[in-house]
Design a protein around this ligand. Sequence first.
Ligand code: GLC
Length: 424
Amino acid sequence: MTLAKRILVGTGALLMAMIMAGPSQAAKIAISCGALGQELSLCREGVALWIAQTGHEVSVISTPNSSTDRLALYQQILAARSSDIDVFQIDEIWPGVLGHHFMDLTPVMGDATTRHFAATIGNNMQDGRLVAMPWFADAGVLYYRKDLLEKYDASVPETWQDLTETAARIQQAERAAGNDRMWGHVFQGRAYEGLNCNALEWVVSYNGGSVVEADGEISINNDKAKEAIAMATGWIGTITPDEVLGYAEEESRGVFQSGNSVFMRNWPYAWALLNAADSSVRGQVGVAALPKGGADGQSAATLGGGQLSVSKYSENPEIAADLVKFLTSRDEQKRRAIKGAFRPTIAGLYDDEEILAANPFFGDLYETFVHAVPRPSTVTGNKYNQVSHQFWQAVHAALSGEVAVEQTLENLDQNLHRIRDSGW
Ligand code: GLC
C-alpha cells in the first residue's frame, strides 16, 4: 500500500471510530428524580429532550416517594462523596441540610434566576451560593367532590369546623345509601415530613405560630396549636380512617381517587391524576384553599417544592449544570405544568393561557400560593431534619392516641429546646 493509501485507510478507520463513539465530548451523567405520581415519567421525558439536543447520556434514577426516605438516601450517597449521581432533585427544605454538598450554580444560571420567584431563589442561597435551582413550587390545597357537595346541598368549607360537619354528614348519608367505604376527609398522617406539612397548616390556621419562628423562638407549645392538633386528632376513626396514620400523598390520593372520600388535603400534582382518563372522580373534583381554624383563623398552605442541585462530587459538573438549566427552563416548566400540574417557579408563566386552562386553580388560588407558609428550615439550618423528626413524632403520637395533645406539645417543646441548645 502506498503511503497516501495508508493515510486514507487510517483516516477512514479513525473517522469510523469517531462516528461509532458519537460526538467526542459526549458524557454520561445521572440524575435522581422524585417519584410522586407522574414525577418520574415527567423527569424522563424532560431528560430525553435534553439528550436529543446535546447527545449526552443520562441515567434517570428513581427515588422513594417519601421525602423523608429520599433525604436519608441522599445523605448516605453524599456523605460518601460518591460521584454516582450528578444532579439531585431536592426538597424545598433541604438547602440548609445538604447545601454544602452542592455546587454554586450562580455562574451557570446567569440571569435565568431573575425570572424565578425571588423568595424561591432566596430559599436556595447558602452563604452567598445558589445551591439549587427552583423546579416547581408546592402548596397544600383542599380537594373536594363537587358532585357530593351538590347532592347534599353543602358548600365548600371555610373553616375546619365546617369541613368536619360536612364531611360527617355526607359520609353518614353515603354509607346509609350503601357505600360503606365512604370517608369524610383524608390527608397525610404517616410519621414523616408530609405530616409536618399538614400539621403546620392546622396550627397556622388557628394562629398558633409556625413551630419555630423566623427569629428562632420555639413557639409550638401554645393553646392555639393545642386546639389545632386536638381538632385533627378528633377526625381519626370518625371522618378519617385509622389507616391515615400510615398514609403519605399517594395513599390518600388512592382513597380519594377511587371515590371514597369527600375531601382530601394534597399538593397540586394530584389534580392531573384525579382528572386522568382512568380516574373514577374525573371531572367531579374542585380545588379550594384550605379551611381556616375558626372564624378568627386564617387559611394556611404549607410551602413545598422541588429543586435541582449539582453535586460537588460530580465528574461532569458543567454538563450536569446544563441539564439543570434546561430542566428548570420556561419551556420545561410549562410542559410539566400542563401535563402534571406542577406549579412553575417562573412568575411569567402564571399568565400562560394553556397552563391556566389545564389548571384553573393556579389562577383562582394565586394568593394562597403566594402566601404559602414556609417550614422553619431556614432558621434551623442544618438542624431542620432533627426539628422536623420531633414535630412529626409528636403530632403522630397525638393522632394515634398514644400521648395526650397537651403532653405531646410539652414534650415537643422540651425536645426542640434541647436541639436548640447547641445553636441554630
Ligand atoms: C411534597 C413537597 C415537599 C414536601 C413533601 C412532603 O413533595 O413538594 O416540599 O416536603 O411533599 O411529603
